[in-house]
Design a protein around this ligand. Structure first.
Ligand code: FES
Length: 152
């Protein structure tokens, strides 16, 4: 009687296992994508309050970039007061930024321009204004907090 167990492992068998593992890897990605589509992660409330900056940190005519609900946003201090907008361009999603020399919020991808007071489209292809973010100035703490995002 032979008690010895021999395991033969051919190159062909090794290749089959390797191909199977690679196929399983890609298949799991497809399944994960389908599951994520069917059960998307819960979206954070759009009314979360985040600290953006201290009031004296931003001078009139300047801006600060920040994240709001995980998306790029920009806080501006205009002569009429603080303004904040989502900075994701409403055209194809590039990030717009404050251009003080031209007094607008500029999207470099297709030269979209937005009004820094209202977020309205000044020129270019964006179909709608930048979404405004309500700003809360907390006097005691001299902090700016971003409140609810608002589509104008
Ligand atoms: S993505 Fe901003 S103008 Fe096209």
């Amino acid at each position: 009687m032979n008690d010895k167990i021999t395991l033969t492992f051919t190159r062909r068998k090794f290749s089959e296992i390797l191909i199977g593992l690679v196929a399983l890897f890609f298949a799991s990605g497809v399944v994960a994508t389908i599951l994520k589509y069917l059960w998307p992660p819960s979206v954070k409330a759009t009314s979360s309050e985040v600290k953006i900056a201290s009031v004296d940190e931003i001078t009139t005519g300047s801006a600060k970039k920040f994240l709001f609900n995980g998306k790029a946003a920009v806080l501006l201090k205009m002569p009429a007061g603080f303004r904040a907008f989502g900075a994701v361009c409403t055209h194809l999603g590039c990030i717009a930024y404050w251009k003080p020399d031209e007094n607008d919020i500029f999207c470099p991808c297709h030269l979209g321009r937005f009004d820094p007071n209202t977020g309205a489209v000044i020129s270019g292809p964006p179909p709608s204004p930048l979404p405004a973010i309500d700003i809360i100035v907390k006097e005691g703490q001299s902090m700016l907090s971003g409140g609810k995002i608002r589509i104008m």
